[in-house]
Design a protein around this ligand. Structure first.
Ligand code: XMP
Length: 319
């Protein structure tokens, strides 16, 4: 039996032992795991660590800024913030197939990361926020024994390609333990308690073609939905909640005019590990309130629906 305080000290000693005077690069995804790994490693070896945040422009409203200010401002950890929105969006132009989107984003992410790592130069270690479930289900936790349902976006293959050694201090932990460790390390609750967010980001929540305009519409709608969820005190009861911007337009009426705008789907699920999930049942009045706010406040959306599909047979994300 061990406490998180002991785990922290043990890992710090192990990291120092492994790395010595070497240099470490850590890719931040914007999520909890890579952030906790980076903060822990920084505590162990200080400025021998450099973090690289490849910002694909497909994050939610405010999330990229939150990562940058947390690392640079709060922890004073050296951070390279690569704004690659244009690169990602131009490559996604005309791409509508879900797997093609995932593959392009994964490949481009690795290319950008690799080129930044070369610029930093001289690092022989790569840090990753790999968790225990990633270790035991290293193929894909959404696929069955032989089918890939979705190609997961991760940095697998990168260490060999770059000839780097791995530093993976979270390999023995489950998600809830990573959250405890994050709190132990002083990460803000709002960051540590965040719902999971997929590597390919908003691109897989915009079925059809992904454009800057559609990302902006989705970011606004999604922010309203999450704000209402937080205000209702429901955020922590939900595993994941997000909006999906559909490639469908419907006719509506606003004031005394006709509208012909996009349809938005809201999704919220409960789950313990993401392998199975159930649609979350909101209290009465909640969804109509969100629908009204989204339609009034987000130009380009005139209809809102709720997704009641369980996993299986659905998946949590739409793509
Ligand atoms: P699905 O949609 O397969 O998602 O039911 C299960 C969980 O995995 C997340 N997800 C991803 N996470 N990279 C990630 O790190 C990915 O490419 C990816 N795709 C899906 C999803 O948000 C849900 O929590």
């Amino acid at each position: 039996d061990w406490t998180m305080a002991e785990f922290r000290q043990t890992k710090i000693a192990e990291i120092r032992e492994q790395v010595g005077t070497g240099r470490v690069i850590c890719g931040l995804s914007g999520g909890v795991d890579s952030a906790v790994a980076a903060v822990l490693i920084h505590e162990a070896i200080g400025d021998q660590l450099t973090c690289v945040f490849v910002d694909h422009g497909l994050m939610r409203a405010g999330e990229a800024d939150q990562v940058v200010s947390l690392f640079r401002g709060h922890y004073n950890i050296p951070l390279v913030h690569v704004n690659a929105e244009t690169l990602f969006l131009s490559g996604l132009a005309g791409v509508t197939d879900p797997e093609a989107k995932r593959k392009f984003i994964g490949k481009t992410f690795i290319e950008v990361f690799e080129s930044e790592a070369k610029k930093i130069g001289g690092a022989e270690f790569l840090a990753q926020g790999t968790l225990y479930p990633d270790v035991i289900e290293s193929v894909s936790f959404t696929g069955g024994p032989s089918v890939t349902i979705k190609s997961h976006h991760n940095v697998g293959g990168l260490p060999e390609r770059m000839n780097m050694k791995l530093v993976e201090p979270l390999r023995e932990l489950f998600k809830d333990e990573v959250r405890d460790l994050g709190r132990e390390l002083g990460l803000p609750d709002i960051f540590v308690g965040r719902h999971p967010f997929p590597g390919p980001g908003l691109a897989i929540r915009i079925p059809g073609e992904v454009t800057k305009e559609r990302c902006d519409i989705l970011r606004k709608a999604d922010a309203i939905y999450l704000e209402e969820i937080r205000n209702a005190g429901l955020y922590d009861a939900i595993w994941q909640a997000f909006a999906v911007l559909l490639p469908v337009r419907s006719v509506g009426v606003m004031g005394d005019g006709r509208t012909y705008d996009s349809v938005l789907a809201l999704r919220a699920v409960t789950s313990t590990d993401g392998m199975t999930a159930q649609a979350f049942e909101f209290p009465g009045g909640f969804l109509p309130r969100v629908a009204t706010r989204v339609i009034n406040e987000v130009k380009g959306v005139n209809r809102v629906t709720y997704d009641y599909t369980s996993k299986p047979p659905g998946t949590i994300e739409w793509e």
